[in-house]
Design a protein around this ligand. Structure first.
Ligand SMILES: [Zn+2]
Ligand SMILES: [Zn+2]
Length: 397
């Protein structure tokens, strides 16, 4: 009985989970304009209702001194320590634009907003958003529209798993996740693509777990060129659920291959100065420009030389580490495959699989090893039950 009561108290509110997302983090917001898009809003200065936002209207929020000044139709409403913009009808949406510093870009977000002063001159904007709206916004920001439903389901599961595994990432700043690629890009509201909403809804609550039943890291990238990469080639760390797979679903895409020319002197100098390539060795020296990589490798030429391909990729801004090269005249010609780090889900391959009739479950099990999909709340219920059982056993000792 006691355990049941404890569980009722501890298990989170099931479906209507709200998230606090720090938005427009790429601006130092001094003045913002919030305009009507859909639905109606109430504006609270501290805890008092001070005005509304109706169709066709917009309101300015300016950082002045230690407070935020609210201005509507050129009339100052007041200055407050915090401002809450609260939706009055479900799934309302606002347009937000930064006026100081000036930006022409407008972003649309749903649900509620909390504005507080940040640093000496800025405004911090938190979007208090329902999980489903947030996930839709992330998928739309990161992948755009026009993709297959099963592909969007893959993105929804990966994105949800990420969120639930990183809720404390910006705790010090007073929100849970930011809207930048540091967390997940979230620059658009789910407005234009009904298929994304359908995918988020159809996978409601589903997360991806590793073999040890912890939340799995859902890495992805644009195109593998025909073969994904072992994680330790990229990050010096073995990730057991990310193993190399052969992928024929992405190889016809324009991003599957690339070429790049680099000045031969620059190539030689880089390899010599950074890694001590033996340019005077009678055998290895002349071969500095020649490299063949039929399958993905971690190092240039020989591991003993200690030249990680990921360093070469970063230095020369290459699309991938999977390339071969040779010298022609004064240049080194690189012929490469794929776009991105290569670990986890190949997005274009996943799109190809979806078009060929594979389900999201099959796609994730193709790119990841020994994973399982599970309802998050069943999983956290199970985790908590185990925890409480241990606590009760300890208490009765
Ligand atoms: Zn972040
Ligand atoms: Zn691929």
């Amino acid at each position: 009985m006691l355990m049941h009561i404890l569980l009722l108290l501890i298990v989170p509110k099931l479906w209507a989970q709200e998230l606090d997302i720090g938005i427009m983090r790429d601006y130092q917001l001094g003045t913002i304009e919030i305009s009507y898009h859909t639905g109606n809003y109430e504006i609270y200065g501290d805890t008092t209702l001070v005005t509304n936002l109706w169709q066709g209207q917009s309101i300015l929020f300016k950082r002045v001194g230690t407070q935020i000044k609210v201005v509507k139709l050129d009339k100052t409403i007041g200055s407050y320590d915090s401002v809450t913009v609260k939706e009055m009808s479900e799934n309302s949406c606002l347009k937000i634009q930064c006026l100081a510093p000036t930006s022409k870009k407008t972003r649309r977000y749903r649900n509620d907003f909390i504005l507080t002063p940040e640093n000496d001159t800025e405004i911090k904007v938190i979007n208090r958003v329902e999980m489903s709206n947030y996930l839709g916004g992330v998928i739309e920001s990161e992948g755009g529209g026009g993709k297959h439903l099963e592909y969007y389901k893959v993105q929804a599961i990966l994105s949800r798993t990420y969120v639930l595994g990183h809720l404390g990432k910006h705790k010090k700043e007073g929100f849970q996740l930011c809207d930048q690629v540091h967390c997940q890009a979230y620059h658009n509201m789910l407005i234009y693509t009904p298929t994304i909403a359908e995918a988020v809804d159809a996978t409601r609550g589903i997360v991806m777990l590793k073999q040890d039943l912890n939340l799995a890291e859902g890495f992805f990238f644009a195109n593998c060129g025909g073969q994904t990469s072992e994680a330790d080639f990229v990050w010096n760390e073995i990730v057991p659920h990310c193993k190399r797979v052969l992928d024929t679903f992405c190889t016809r895409s324009s991003q599957a291959t690339w070429t790049k020319e680099i000045d031969a002197v620059e190539w030689r100098d880089y390899l010599f100065k950074e890694f001590g390539y033996p340019i005077n060795d009678s055998i290895l020296g002349p071969l500095i420009y020649n490299f063949s990589q039929p399958t993905r490798e971690a190092f240039y030429k020989y591991p003993q030389l200690g030249i990680p391909l990921r360093d070469i990729r970063t230095h020369f801004r290459l699309k991938s580490t999977w390339f071969s090269c040779k010298k022609v005249g004064d240049v080194v010609i690189l012929s490469g495959k794929g776009f991105g780090h290569g670990v986890g889900v190949c997005q274009e391959g996943a799109m190809g699989m979806a078009i060929h009739g594979f389900t999201a479950d099959q796609i994730l099990n193709f790119y990841f090893t020994n994973i399982r999909l599970m309802d998050y709340y069943s999983w956290s219920f199970y985790q908590q039950r185990e925890f409480i059982k241990e606590e009760l056993e300890r208490a009765s000792l």
